[in-house]
Design a protein around this ligand. Sequence first.
Ligand SMILES: Nc1nc2c(c(=O)[nH]1)N(C=O)[C@@H](CNc1ccc(C(=O)N[C@@H](CCC(=O)O)C(=O)O)cc1)CN2
Ligand SMILES: Nc1nc2c(ncn2[C@@H]2O[C@H](COP(=O)(O)OP(=O)(O)OP(=O)(O)O)[C@@H](O)[C@H]2O)c(=O)[nH]1
Length: 465
Amino acid sequence: MILDDTIVALATSPGSGAIAVIRVSGPDALHITAPLFKAKNKTSLLDQKSHTLQLGNMVDGERIIDESLVSVFKGKRSYTGENTVEISCHGSPFIQQEIINLLLREGCRSAQPGEFTLRAFLNGKMDLSQAEAVADLISSDNAASHQLAMQQMRGGFATEIQKLREELLNFASLIELELDFAEEDVEFADRKQFQELVFRIQKVLGKLIDSFAVGNVLKNGIPVAIVGEPNVGKSTLLNSLLNEERAIVSDIAGTTRDTIEDEISIGGVGFRFIDTAGIRETTDEIEGLGIKKTFQKIEQAQLVMYLFDAHKIKNENLTLAQVKTEVEKIKNRFPGKPLLIVANKTDVLSKADQQNFQQQIQELHLISAKENLGVEALQDKILSFVNTGALRSNDSIVTNSRHYDALLKAQAEISKVQEGLNLGLTGDLLAIDIRQALYHFGEITGQITTDDLLGNIFANFCIGK
Ligand SMILES: Nc1nc2c(c(=O)[nH]1)N(C=O)[C@@H](CNc1ccc(C(=O)N[C@@H](CCC(=O)O)C(=O)O)cc1)CN2
Ligand SMILES: Nc1nc2c(ncn2[C@@H]2O[C@H](COP(=O)(O)OP(=O)(O)OP(=O)(O)O)[C@@H](O)[C@H]2O)c(=O)[nH]1
């Protein structure tokens, strides 16, 4: 049984820092660490009260390795639900390694990624969806994804699912009991009440399944396609949007700098800006391919920003009519897709020119990305396209695609149960579909797990979590 081992890992990020925390968890955590720590007040770790901290030296025999602060969490009263010791040492990688080596030598084993949280799950400290939320919480990088993860960690919709599962389980047992009395034709499970429960479950499932559309984009960033020719000022605009919020810019893994995808947080919501080529050119075959790609990006986006260089209209062969044609193309091809038309580089235009543009294209946004003019108003506009209402309400939002899949499967099974009830099917047939639905509910909260599933979930954690 893996829980017999005592595991150790660095809990803070690797490398040097002011302080590093080494975490030890398992049945022997206290016994292994106690001889390696000489507390200033001479209290052995074994006698130290749970949830307290003391100063002392980490030692290897006579050799002092570091002056550290050590805290203990005893018995089930800890994050992992087993004895835990935390050593806050000076943050040099050498000291960290020395202490970890000592603990390994004395009988600890190196923790696998996510193993502390896996233990918290196995020891009943949290359900599976809460454990998954821990990973989301660590990777949350804006107010929206943070709030979603916090909600899920506090129990979120899993509590609701758990309750419905128990009610359903009750009915399943009653119906299965009927099977034992098949001869006597009794009904322990009140069909009317059962129908009412199934209806309630359908309603909850429907709402949760719908919430995934919002949850998924809020977690991963709302995709915004920026359509525009090279040099219209897309990068400058992204930087300018970024400076206002001082959030992270990251190249999403797997894409190169030339298909830019930048993540920017605006008003606490993450946006993923996808750079695309213009769609103006036509006849050339290769250009046609580029256009096709652009259309694909637009398809995936929740919002399209059409950016053009206003300066070019003044000085080169681009006409406002051409801009309008392009905008029309997008509108015709994607009716209903939110579209922002943005004229950049207005700093080089006269007021009269700006007014002229505005008159000819009503819904035009005039900005100068370089001079930071009109960018704040553009941010407000971008935010207004996003439905963040769901975030502010107390409704649960599903963000995890594993949960989403399980909910869809549960919904399909519950539909079968509902149908069966309507048709007056016998208990033995109903029981089969109910069991299936229960199975998919259990997948979310973790009553039903496989080693593969747990392996997959926790392997994506960092070491020490
Ligand atoms: N140093 C340190 N900081 C940390 C953690 C940690 O494990 N260690 N955490 C880890 O992610 C988070 C805090 N989470 C924690 C959750 C539960 C318990 C705990 O001791 N629970 C006991 C006692 C509760 C009580 O006193 O009421 C329990 O649940 O029984 C500790 C930390 C964030 N910061
Ligand atoms: N005058 C003026 N120049 C701007 C403005 N925004 C961008 N520029 C300039 O336009 C040029 C192109 O800007 P970029 O942001 O690199 O344009 P881009 O669309 O990202 O270009 P690609 O990366 O080639 O697609 C740079 O020289 C910018 O300094 C603006 O608002 N006013």
